[in-house]
Design a protein. Sequence first.
Lengths: 357, 357
Amino acid sequence: MTDPLAPGATIGILGGGQLGRMLSVAAARLGFKTCILEPAGDCPASHVANFHLQAGYDDTAALTRFAESCDVVTYEFENIPTAALDTIEALRPIHPPRRALATSQDRLTEKTFLQSLGLTVAPFADVTDAASLDVAIARIGTPAILKTRRMGYDGKGQARIMTPGDAAAALTAMNGQPAVLEGFVDFTHEVSVIAARGQDGAVACFDPGQNVHEDGILRTTTVPALLTPTQRTDAILIAARVLNALDYVGVLGVELFVTPQALIVNEIAPRVHNSGHWTQNGCAVDQFEQHIRAVAGWPLGDGSRHSNVVMENLIGADMDRVPQIAATSASLHLYGKPEARPGRKMGHVNRVTGPAT
Amino acid sequence: MTDPLAPGATIGILGGGQLGRMLSVAAARLGFKTCILEPAGDCPASHVANFHLQAGYDDTAALTRFAESCDVVTYEFENIPTAALDTIEALRPIHPPRRALATSQDRLTEKTFLQSLGLTVAPFADVTDAASLDVAIARIGTPAILKTRRMGYDGKGQARIMTPGDAAAALTAMNGQPAVLEGFVDFTHEVSVIAARGQDGAVACFDPGQNVHEDGILRTTTVPALLTPTQRTDAILIAARVLNALDYVGVLGVELFVTPQALIVNEIAPRVHNSGHWTQNGCAVDQFEQHIRAVAGWPLGDGSRHSNVVMENLIGADMDRVPQIAATSASLHLYGKPEARPGRKMGHVNRVTGPAT
């Protein structure tokens, strides 16, 4: 553990999307400067960051300049090339830790790790070719879902196998990439825990939120989630176990499937998470500030929930509804993206539905 | 009234201090870009704005470039030279309106205007020289306070006259500038109303806050303020009367002295105001977003108060307390100023003390 960063220090953020944008605002609120590294120009985070270094994650000279201009480095997405991390880590601390990134980058590693902690995950099997897929289907059964081990998000890189006859098409959809077959889980709903761990080892979890997806993309998160008191405690203990096992620093998202028998860990994301956006209007300290506090070596803030909130993502043409939403008492958060393409997250709305219950 | 600005439009802000910083963040949250015009480099607003045009308020070419790069222009401080406004207003709309700026820039004009609305102000008299000061003292009596008509803030440009014998020294302190003599008001406390008016004429006032000053600088604002229900209603009606009389667009701060007999208007500020910082942690929509909504021609947001809050300014060496404050449940807002000079506002803390009462 290093000394806490003093206000005025610079926090580097790999990635310039909406998560980087809201992290930058949180960092500014605590008096930090921010430097974004992101290949795209006019990206959401660049509008509110002190510096935007427009360069690719394979540009070693730029990565070196980036690291040297920062006091500490964090990231807003998990698919950062290992070589980029090598370059940066030789110069500056990176939080969350590299092991969390490596674990979450690969679905097979991730599930194996979660299982090693004694947590329940969906049945899974390694798939490299038609033969191993047949073996996997024979063991796990159908329906099942084939997912690329790496680089999947928002439902991309996935193919459903309803009957063994779908196997060949599903494998083709993987484009030759290593994959994992996952058994279907008969869950009633999905919740997620946004959890934080400081450099001093302190853990603080936000109250679990209940997620609804559409077309593989998060649509809404509602707090409080539909959970029994025992499930709520279990959800938080699961998140804390993951944080401690990874000697984690920062905010982590844990997605859980709720079944009558168990909470099944779907996946973990070593970063602030879309399903934690409700914290901006439900807590004194939101997930973005909590992450910045952890990364800066500050004590974690007060993440207790003061309100019930429904967060709704604004995706693509949902932007047409902004004038109507602006006339309500909802809190709008727009990302400054120039083009409202289908499936593109353009912003979100937090509706406070009452004091916390 | 013009069409509402669409997300992606650019809002220009004259001045790059902490108010411009927090306005920029609010603008970004609604998907707007921001351009700051400010002579100083590395100013608080530049850390979070899209563009910082570093130029003086007398640089006509820069002002022209600034206006042309924005869709609408607002300001974070009231002492903008008239010539700068001429240049900008020929090219783009400016909110709040120029008359509000002109009125508040000059204490004599301001008090005359407030009196013309039937509002109560402290006894005042125009002072241009020793003879008019003698006349003013004879009429108003002592103790009284001599203030420059223009450019005073945070207690600067003021001299107390406890007895007529202090007159000469007080006049010397004015440095030859036109002044106003104000009678002392025997008030129990000061409150302020942060009020907003949209382009559609809708008015929304935040709940009055109670202010405590030290050495002429705001120290704390507490909500709710100590006011009878009647006083609270009167305070809001006073603010609304000022807004409507000025055909105002944006947020305005109204400082009121509370006496058993009346609410006496001390001064108005045609901008977001230090005594409105509590709204960041007490309302769904804070004064900064409210101002941006008005300036952009959007409907005003929900400024109802959900919590009791104490706002404390962090001034100069108060920055040494930041590590202690960070370990509490208070919400920190730091301005990114490099040097903690005495009397310099470095940040503020909002402490939520409970649900709204």
